[in-house]
Design a binder for this molecule. Structure first.
Ligand SMILES: C[S@@+](CC[C@H](N)C(=O)[O-])C[C@H]1O[C@@H](n2cnc3c(N)ncnc32)[C@H](O)[C@@H]1O
Length: 274
């Protein structure tokens, strides 16, 4: 795999302080330009994808750079560890998948696209492209406005939260993604005291160290999902094996058309709301 696939798109990976790493425009982009595209993995749940990661050394290498979320979010999972997998290995793989994937017709996991940070005032949008294969997904990131060189490229992890007040946005992002949003919009609204007008401050998830996790009470697979150990993925869903050598998906004209339709719809909706 290309070590820096974002560089071919004119993007730079930078350390952005409290948000961790993020992708920044290495040149000016026009509104509507495709900023990045990737073919990734899709499965029923993060648990299924974590098992795929654990099953292949190559897959582990592909996700080794990813951020892991707060461990407390992993509590409540029931089940047995897959044979030969240590608790630490399980939590690492599960956390990487859980905090870097999207719920879009299943659990979609794109290891490079996961390097973009979230914003409640995004300058880019993501779109899932056809064909929706059983175990793959293809997505593009598109500029929703002109983006000047040096600007961080951000999309919204949860578009439902864009049109609600600061506290509610932060609450939703905390519960789904495990972080307190520090995007430019949230920071401006926080400084303007908008959060003080609302009820109940959001609580940061408690970060646990390995020693603090009581593994007896940690259930690996939540009841909401079928247990992937007793119901393994059926062929040809060895997703990571199938992905060998082709992380970037060259999509077709039909996909571009769908993306443009989505873009103009989403821009129109924003204008209506504004
Ligand atoms: C999908 S990763 C994005 C890449 C990540 N920054 C990294 O260094 O790998 C999501 C994580 O990035 C951080 N993050 C993304 N957007 C953020 C935001 N608006 N405010 C604060 N942290 C953010 C959070 O730690 C979140 O769990």
């Amino acid at each position: 795999m290309d070590l820096e696939p974002w560089a071919a798109y004119g993007l730079e990976l930078q350390d952005l302080g409290p948000k961790g790493r993020g992708l920044v425009a290495g040149k000016d982009f026009r509104c509507g330009e495709v900023l990045f595209r990737e073919k990734g993995f899709r499965a029923k749940s993060p648990e299924h994808l974590a098992l795929e990661v654990l099953a292949s050394a190559e897959a582990r290498a592909q996700v080794s750079h990813l951020h892991t979320g707060p461990l407390c979010h992993l509590e409540g999972h029931a089940g047995t560890l897959p044979h030969g997998v240590s608790e630490e290995e399980w939590f690492d793989a599960y956390s990487k998948v859980r905090f870097n994937s999207f719920e879009l017709n299943g659990c979609c996991f794109l290891p490079i696209m996961a390097l973009f940070n979230h914003s409640c005032a995004p300058n880019a949008a993501i779109t899932q492209l056809p064909p929706h294969e059983e175990c793959h997904t293809a997505m593009v990131v598109v500029a929703e406005q002109g983006i000047a060189r040096g600007t961080e490229i951000v999309y919204s992890y949860n578009s439902d939260c864009l049109f609600v007040p600061l506290r509610e946005r932060r609450k939703r992002l905390l519960s789904n993604w495990g972080f307190l949003c520090k995007c430019s919009r949230c920071q401006v609204e926080e400084e303007a005291g908008l959060e003080d007008d609302e009820e109940e401050p959001p609580e940061m998830p408690q970060l646990l160290s390995w020693e603090e996790v009581d593994l007896k009470n940690v259930n690996l697979f939540q009841a909401r999902h079928e247990d992937p150990v007793s119901s393994p993925l059926t062929p040809p869903q060895r997703t990571f094996d199938a992905m060998k050598g082709s992380p970037i998906f060259m999509f077709e004209m039909i996909a571009l058309t769908e993306m443009r339709n989505h873009m103009s719809k989403s821009i129109k909706e924003r204008k209506l709301v504004a």
